[in-house]
Design a protein around this ligand. Structure first.
Ligand code: NAD
Length: 489
């Protein structure tokens, strides 16, 4: 068994480990038992400035390295991640409380994403086109922006690091990553692996700390040319405002309140399996989690009975045989329990779960029985607000149009799924649903490394990551007009 996390997770600045200049550390707790798991550097403005300064020194050489060669450096990191995959998965599992099996799947996804972007070094395509002017060639090339400021959530720690770092780096930027305060060890470990592989010092600097103390100075830093953020809509809005002030580019991957529609012609057992995974896997802490389950009237009672029965039998715990683990911290658990109480006070019926697990093995952890709630108005705040935990609301739909209208009655628009056997309904749903990702007959998942992920409305600001589209986030396009004088040949 490899040891999961270090006792302390410092910053990575200029290729070296550094404590916060203040010497302060903060505690990261183990979600499975509430005990202190490790301490991480409590960074502040000065640490961020040191990280940005290191990135500024490193970027010119990195940006001048041919993209193919940058890709090969990333490939070395990918290979090192592959070799360390058990250690990475152990850190992910320790910090989140998810099972080793789930952590291993997440790690494999992060590696696959790294591989995609390593190869993008060979394909950093621009366009060549014609011109209205004789003897002129018109083309576009991609150039680095400079320094990328990357800020991430803790829900899928290694995936979130990879999702930002690889595309930012392959485009020739140096980057400063503000790690999630609930997953400091995974980010630190990525830094160790990347530097031990081949990454030159300063190209990727990693700063630990809290949002207000370490994230905010990064967003406000005048030398950060692009801010890419994965987190809540509320924080994203503030980031857009602050970075927008100096017209820095901003990419926001925000929350969701994702609809999962079960039509009357769906294979109910199949739909049930996906509904459970969509609503409760990763303890519901997924931007894409299905928190609004909309079921056609004629199959509502039958689906509800199966859904509730199955949810009651889900195993909540940290082992591979469990279906979901704890939520990330005590505060998040409390806010989820408060949402269940709010639902009750509004006449909502809690059909399953909704309580903290109080048995001796789990009572000190942040475990909650997955909840299914019906009877909440689709326009109520609870139906519109992202809760980010294992809570699903059930809604009854009169038919296709009603289900679609309910699906679209949300300020968010990240993912949306329908279960139906009708190709007409499926296509119509994908065409008319307000979501960045539409899924037919599976779950509200959807971020393959080569595909652009993102949403509409409060789910983002229109950018897409990952996929080739993320290159638009992290590079500047330059037009080049090349003029030839044939008479001079
Ligand atoms: P959060 O917004 O509270 O924090 C996210 C990150 O932002 C953390 O690193 C935090 O330290 C930092 N931060 C907080 N305040 C900041 C500030 N003022 N300035 C700069 N940085 C600041 O979100 P969370 O609760 O950690 O994560 C859950 C959220 O992330 C959910 O809304 C979820 O939907 C979203 N999410 C979105 C995606 C996506 O791809 N769309 C993926 C995963 C998670």
């Amino acid at each position: 068994m490899v040891s999961a996390v270090p006792e302390k997770a410092p910053n990575w600045i200029d290729g070296a480990e550094r404590p916060a200049a203040s010497g302060h550390w903060f505690e990261k707790r183990d979600p499975t038992n509430g005990r202190v798991l490790l301490r991480a550097a409590r960074s502040e403005r000065g640490d961020v400035e040191a990280a940005v300064a290191a990135a500024l020194r490193a970027q010119p050489a990195w940006g001048a390295t041919p993209a193919v060669a940058r890709g090969l450096v990333l490939l070395e990191i990918v290979k090192a991640m592959q070799a360390a995959r058990e250690e990475i998965a152990a850190a992910v599992a320790a910090e989140t409380g998810k099972s080793r099996k789930d952590a291993a799947v997440e790690t494999a996804g992060a590696i696959a994403l790294g591989l995609f972007y390593a190869s993008e070094g060979q394909r950093l395509y621009g366009r060549t086109t014609t011109s209205a002017v004789a003897h002129r060639r018109a083309l576009t090339v991609r150039k680095p922006i400079g320094i990328a400021g990357l800020i991430i959530a803790a829900n899928t720690p290694i995936a979130n690091v990879a999702w930002k770092a690889f595309p930012a780096l392959v485009c020739g930027n140096a980057a400063v990553l503000k790690a999630a305060e609930d997953a400091p060890a995974t980010a630190w470990l990525f830094g160790r692996i990347a530097h031990a592989a081949v990454l030159p010092g300063g190209v990727l600097d990693i700063v630990q700390g809290f949002g207000a103390e370490a994230g905010a100075p990064l967003v406000a830093h005048r030398d950060i040319g692009v801010v890419s953020f994965t987190g809540s809509t509320e924080v994203g809005r503030g980031i857009q405002r602050i970075a927008g002030e100096r017209l820095a580019r901003v990419s926001l991957e925000l929350g969701g309140k994702n609809p999962f529609v079960v039509a009357d012609d769906a294979d109910l057992d199949f739909a049930l399996r996906w509904a459970l995974l969509s609503a409760f896997s990763n303890a519901g802490q997924r931007c894409a989690s299905a928190s609004r389950v909309i079921v056609f009237d004629s199959v509502y009672d039958s689906f509800r009975a199966r859904f509730v029965e199955a949810a009651r039998h889900l195993r909540v715990g940290p082992e591979d045989g469990d279906d979901l683990g704890p939520v990330i911290n005590e505060e998040q658990l409390r806010s989820l329990l408060a949402a269940v109480a709010e639902a009750r006070s509004q006449g909502g019926r809690v059909l399953a779960g909704g309580e903290r697990c109080t048995d001796p093995a789990r009572r000190d952890g942040y475990y909650m029985q997955p909840a299914i709630i019906e009877g909440i108005d689709p326009d109520a705040d609870l139906s519109c607000r992202e809760l980010f935990g294992p809570i699903a609301f059930l809604y009854r739909a009169r038919g296709f149009d009603d289900a679609l209208a309910l699906a679209n009655r949300s300020p968010y628009g990240l993912t949306a799924c329908i279960h139906t056997r009708s190709v007409d309904r499926a296509w119509n749903f994908a065409e008319r649903v307000r979501a960045g990702v539409a899924i037919v007959n599976a779950g509200t998942f959807g971020s393959e490394p080569h595909m652009p992920f993102g949403g509409v409305g409060l789910s983002g600001n229109g950018t897409r990551e990952p996929g080739t589209e993320a290159l638009d986030v992290y590079s500047e396009l330059q037009d080049v007009y090349f003029n030839v004088q044939p008479e001079k040949v």
